[in-house]
Design a protein around this ligand. Structure first.
Ligand code: NAI
Length: 332
């Protein structure tokens, strides 16, 4: 059966890691027809906007997308493509599995946690204004509906994947109404999953505990901003941004992308680590029901790290993106 997937190459290292991932996917034998769409700088050049309507309707039509990173200018300019896509397609759950890979030496072992991040509101609602010159206000939106559905997603995920615990990350001691509502919703949902142990931790304490005892965490659920920050922190526990995959999931559509950004410092040099997007593609295969192919991709990546010395620069090696990709394809 042939599947059609929207493909967004993105900016910076995006086209490089996307090309690598396409090669690996082709080697699995799963036939995918790519509906290539522009986003980011290339879309601004062609359509005058970084997130054209054609892109959004392509994902709505295909219901599934694989995306390279897209750069977002700091300060004034266009709204983030990522925030726009997540809101327009209601991709409310961001799933980021973080696990040690054998052969990648880090300070920690036994890390096997999953971050579930609310993707549509919080401080990323895009509601900002200048109150008076010199005073800016950014609104944090927390709704019962969005908090309940992300909590439901996290506990359902824990149950479906035989996970033991869900940790709710919050700052309800300070933001008593907004984070208080998020916490209440998570507590209510957690009561319906008696077999899953439910814990609560304040976000700053969570950051500290994650860099001391990361192996104690299982599934973590949190709002948009905390999820953004702690995802990068957790990537650092297992080898950095080059190796952590991600998925943005809604009830209608799904978009798979790495945690990392467009890495302008190494773009165009052919040295980016494609592992994160390759593993995101494995999550996509699983979502598409191609479980055997997903397992093969993961095993091939594991094989390269465990049994060879092929490593890109971010992991201390000097292999190119192409050399790493060839090693994964060979292992497949
Ligand atoms: P970044 O993730 O692009 O880079 C941070 C550091 O990690 C850099 O030193 C980079 O070289 C390295 N790095 C990242 N991915 C790598 C890979 N696959 N292989 C080897 N090294 C890698 O974060 P930064 O610099 O803060 O953001 C750059 C741009 O990307 C910004 O415009 C930001 O808005 C955007 N961004 C986009 C995301 C997305 O599209 N999902 C996510 C995060 C940032």
């Amino acid at each position: 059966m042939s599947l059609t997937v929207t493909l967004i190459e993105g900016d910076g290292i995006g086209p490089e890691v996307v090309a690598a991932t396409r090669e690996v996917l082709a080697a699995t034998g799963v036939v995918i027809r790519w509906d290539v769409q522009l986003a980011g700088a290339a879309a601004v050049e062609a359509h005058g906007t970084p997130c054209p309507d054609e892109l959004i309707s392509s994902v709505q039509r295909n219901r599934i997308a694989l995306k390279g990173p897209v750069g977002t200018p700091i300060g004034r300019g266009f709204r983030s493509v990522n925030v726009t896509l997540r809101k327009a397609l209601d991709l409310y759950a961001c799933l980021r599995p973080v696990k040690n890979i054998q052969g990648i030496t880090t300070r920690f072992s036994g890390v096997d946690l999953v971050i579930v991040r609310e993707n549509t509101e919080g401080l990323y609602s895009g509601l900002e204004h200048m109150v008076v010159p010199g005073v800016a206000e950014s609104l944090k939106i927390v709704s019962e509906r969005a908090s309940t559905r992300i909590a439901e997603f996290a506990f359902r995920f824990a149950r479906a994947n035989a996970r033991q615990s869900v940790t709710v990350v919050h700052k309800a001691n300070i933001m008593k109404l907004s984070d208080g509502l998020f916490l209440d919703c998570c507590r209510r949902v957690g009561q319906r999953y008696p077999e899953i142990s439910s814990q609560e931790v304040i976000v700053d304490a969570c950051a500290m505990q994650l860099v001391r005892f990361p192996e104690r965490f299982d599934v973590l659920v949190m709002d948009n901003l905390y999820g953004d920050i702690l995802s990068d922190l957790c990537a650092g526990l297992v080898g950095g941004l080059g190796v952590v995959p991600g998925a943005n999931l809604g009830d209608e559509c799904a978009l798979f992308e790495a945690v990392h950004g467009s890495a302008p410092d190494i773009a165009g040099k052919g040295v980016a680590n494609p592992t994160a997007l390759i593993l995101s593609a494995a999550l996509m295969l699983e979502y598409l029901g191609e479980r055997a192919a997903a397992v093969r991709v993961r095993e091939a990546v594991d094989h390269v790290f465990a049994k060879t010395t092929v490593r890109t620069g971010d992991l201390g090696g000097n292999s190119t993106t192409d050399e790493f990709t060839r090693a994964v394809v060979l292992a497949l």
